[in-house]
Design a protein around this ligand. Structure first.
Ligand code: Z16
Length: 840
């Protein structure tokens, strides 16, 4: 009975001796314990990596305690929960972030010190968790940090890819891809839940059966795979709350290939079991193109099915009536990738729970919300052929959803078939397919854009027709990044400086307080300390560059302006504009006399980023970058005045090093192409000035810091369309006089082989030439304005006082770009969830 239960609990408690302690001595004991019993090394001899492992396990134990308390508390209070569904999470490293959010960084550092280790060195041992491509995936990671910190009862769901995003190796200036087997050295940050498993089914047929006198569809699947849960605790800052990121791995089911066993083909059936594991094997490295591959569809459904079984099981443990689902469950679709969830929830409610279609549809339309991350209309599509064989029942459900939708639509807009065809979830034609965005929009109660400009484009272009139908669905939730990782973890010097001058650390939970830095804008001591912090970060970055590029014995001067462009390589992000600008700068330097050269601001131009393996033009951009670097860096006539560096294998932990060390950062997308951009926010938070177009979230950064506080250039969104049309209506190639002279010269140098590899660069040059690529991204017409912005940056850098003021004002204006603001907005206006703070 109850008494017995209490006695047992008390006995357990006395055995546990309360919670784990966080003083340096206790931490030290735990570290040594893990050295001996987890890592199985001698406590008298272990290296930095083993120290990392032992410390990671020590921290993990503390995370588990809080994780448990949080989930017991959630279970008891039964709040409405948010389920954040995303196929990608770019978590990076966990040690520093966890230690900071747990508030035990000093104690850990001291514990390690006494054992003869240094925290920074130990933390460097950790590899990145890179289960995502770029902005979208890192955004998910920042948002998990904010959800935990703001005490929201949220779960993240994702896939535990065995191979994350490929590692980029540069050989002779060319990108090569190497697999990222991140689990090789173990992963202390996950908890394997061997008992949390679900069967996920594929293929087979749909049959109609009689049930209680009614006809009912049932899916007879042909293949079963098992999903195993791996839990990744996400600690909040300044709270005990620690939420869960649950990632699924595929394992062969005990039912797998039973047939072959029975027929005696033992060896082949064991070999075939491997097929199941390949589902969660590898992350697709294309950040925008959708290829309609079966394995990708399998991944999506595997993820959706396992997550929804888990979510429904939890709901049914706490509630009995599906009418309560919308009050207790919010499902968020991070882009279209998980939108098969819609068909899956319908299938569960109709086929398994036997709700009527309309009742089920009514519920489904109240639980989903959707964020889109793209400006383009040509979104994700799933070929009907693929669905028909892999998920036959889901295809039927999707057809029925579409049929009902179109019937409703006809009542509203009449028999306007061309409009109906545009809005339809099913695309007819040579390759009949399901338009995932249309599905997500029709069924979600909210469709979110990731910046004001993005939302505006969604309303007037991308989803114009849907906006006409459901204007109330369309909302803006401008992206943000977490200041915990992007200042506290990555820039400890700046963290201390900010806290000292604000007189509080409260900005770590409330980024709006950063505006208080404006009070010290004219303080000379503050300026001095500010410049010192940047200098130290530049030194760290310089060391890294020099260590990486030992072959060319590159040295970089700390007096130079560190100018950085790091992000995925894409034509629309215009790394090519940057390189052309560098070549132009080189030409100018070559034509200068000694006297003029003395007045030049030295530059270190740093470029980094991965190209999707199949994206030929992006790969040529990387090669061009190396070819230009080789020419310029080896020109003794140029010396320190200009250096070009390509940083290989750009990822989260490289970003943590590069961003704080940058003076200037470049965000060059042709206006109207970058949905938001989040790199700009990270640089802003680190006191780095922006050189940017008026695109995505930069427009809102300007609202916060003013046009004078960054280097703005290029065509505005409304001008881009006009220029494109003008360019196409020109029947003859642009007259040389009309192609800005400098641009023409730079282009000619690349085309004529000044940097070698003439044939290889031909198609790259053609993207910006008339009659071929037609310069779709308008490099030609933006080049002049780009050079002017660069000149303005040079001029500002000479006046270090002015530069420092701009830098301070950047950080002071970055508060709005905290993901805490984004998440609070989502919670209140989209998900309708409340904080649920676990008591101490
Ligand atoms: C991605 O990272 C983004 C969009 C997309 O369609 C696919 C991927 Cl993998 C990015 C956007 O390009 C970027 O502007 C935005 O800041 C980011 O998603 C987060 O919203």
């Amino acid at each position: 009975g109850l008494g017995e239960h209490r006695a047992k609990a008390e006995r357990m408690y006395s055995l546990m001796d309360g919670f784990l302690k966080n003083d340096p001595i206790s931490l030290q004991k735990d570290i040594l314990h893990h050295v001996e019993y987890t890592v199985a090394r001698s406590r008298f001899s272990f290296d930095d990596f083993e120290a990392y492992q032992a410390l990671a396990h020590t921290v993990r134990d503390r995370l588990i305690e809080r994780w448990h308390d949080t989930h017991i508390y959630f279970k008891r209070t039964k709040p409405k929960r948010l389920y954040f569904l995303s196929l990608e999470f770019l978590m990076g490293r966990s040690l520093s972030n966890s230690v900071i959010n747990l508030g035990i960084e000093d104690q850990c550092a001291e514990a390690l010190n006494q054992l003869g280790f240094e925290f920074e060195v130990v933390a460097e041992q950790e590899g990145d968790a890179a289960l995502g491509n770029g902005g979208l995936a890192r955004l998910s990671a920042c948002q998990m940090d904010s959800l935990a910190t703001l005490d929201y009862p949220a779960w993240g769901y994702g896939l535990r890819y065995e191979y994350g995003l490929f590692r980029q190796i540069i050989v002779d200036g060319f990108q090569h891809e190497k697999p990222d087997y991140w689990l090789n050295f173990g992963n202390p940050w996950e908890i394997e839940r061997i008992h949390v498993t679900y069967e996920v089914k594929f293929y087979g047929t749909v049959e109609e059966v009689e049930m209680n006198g009614e006809k009912q569809k049932v899916w007879i699947p042909g293949e079963t795979v098992e999903a195993v849960a791996y839990d990744n605790p996400i600690p909040g800052y300044g709270t005990r709350n620690t939420i869960n990121l649950r990632l699924w791995a595929a394992k062969p089911s005990s039912k797998f290939d039973l047939e072959a066993y029975n027929t005696g083909d033992y060896i082949n059936s064991v070999v075939n079991r491997q097929k199941a594991e390949t589902i969660s094997n590898v992350l697709y490295p294309d950040d925008r193109s959708h290829q309609g591959k079966e394995l990708r569809l399998k991944q999506q459904y595997f993820f959706v099915s396992a997550s929804l079984q888990d979510i429904m099981r939890r709901f049914k443990e706490e509630h009995t009536n599906f009418d309560e689902l919308p009050e207790k469950v919010a499902l968020h679709l991070n882009d279209t990738h998980p939108s098969l969830s819609i068909a899956e929830v319908m299938r569960m409610l109709v086929d398994e729970e036997h709700l009527g279609w309309h009742k089920a549809w009514d519920i489904v339309c109240k639980i989903f919300s959707f964020t889109t991350h793209t400006m383009v209309t040509d979104g994700e599509k799933i070929p009907v052929d693929l669905l028909e064989s892999l998920l036959p029942r889901h295809l039927e459900i999707l057809y029925e959803i579409n049929f009902n939708f179109l019937e409703e639509l006809k009542k509203r807009i009449g028999l306007d078939y061309s409009r109906l065809a545009l809005l339809s979830i099913v695309e007819e034609g040579a390759m009949k397919s399901i338009r995932m965005a249309n599905l997500a929009i029709v069924c979600s109660h909210t469709v979110n854009g990731v910046s004001k400009l993005h939302l505006e484009r969604l309303k007037t272009k991308t989803f114009k027709d849907f906006y006409g139908l459901y204007p109330e669905k369309f909302q803006c939730k401008t992206n943000g990044v977490t200041q915990r990782r992007w200042i506290v973890v990555s820039n400890p010097g700046l963290r201390d400086l900010i806290s000292k001058w604000l007189g509080t650390e409260a900005w770590i939970r409330d980024a709006d307080l950063l505006s208080g830095l404006r009070d010290h804008l004219d303080n000379a001591d503050f300026h001095l300390e500010w410049k010192m912090v940047k200098k130290v970060n530049k030194m760290r970055l310089a060391e890294y560059i020099e260590a990486f590029l030992t072959l060319s014995l590159l040295q970089v001067s700390l007096d130079a302006m560190f100018d950085v462009q790091v992000k995925r390589i894409h034509e629309y992000k215009r790394q090519l504009l940057n390189i052309f600008g560098i070549i132009h700068r080189y030409n100018c330097l070559k034509n200068m006399d000694k006297d003029s050269r003395r007045k030049v601001v030295p530059r270190v131009c740093i470029i980094g980023g991965k190209a999707a393996p199949g994206y030929e033009i992006a790969k040529k951009i990387i090669k061009l970058c190396h070819a230009v670097a080789e020419k310029i860096n080896n020109d003794t006539d140029i010396g320190d005045l200009l250096k070009v560096v390509f940083i290989p294998d750009y990822n989260v932990s490289v970003a943590e090093l590069v961003i704080p060390g940058a003076d200037l950062s470049q965000h060059l997308s042709t206006a109207g192409n970058e949905a938001s951009g989040t790199g700009n926010m990270k640089f802003l938070m680190n006191g780095c000035l922006l050189l940017a177009t008026a695109d995505g979230s930069t427009v809102e950064i300007i609202e916060e810091i003013g046009e004078d506080n960054l280097f703005l250039f290029g065509a505005k969104v409304h001008e881009v369309e006009k220029r494109r049309q003008k360019r196409l209506s020109n029947l003859a190639p642009l007259q040389p006089a009309k192609v800005p002279l400098h641009f023409a010269r730079v282009l000619r140098m690349v085309r004529d082989g000044y940097f070698g590899h003439k044939d290889y660069f031909k198609s790259l040059c053609e993207t910006v030439e008339f009659g071929f690529g037609n310069d779709y991204y308008l490099l030609t017409s933006d080049f002049g304005s780009y050079l002017e912005a660069q000149a303005a940056a040079d001029k500002a850098f000479v006046n270090q006082d002015k530069w420092t003021r701009m830098s301070i004002l950047s950080v002071a204006g970055s508060g709005r770009f905290s993901s805490d603001r984004t998440i609070q907005d989502y919670a209140e206006s989209t998900w309708k969830i409340n904080p649920c703070r676990c008591p101490l």
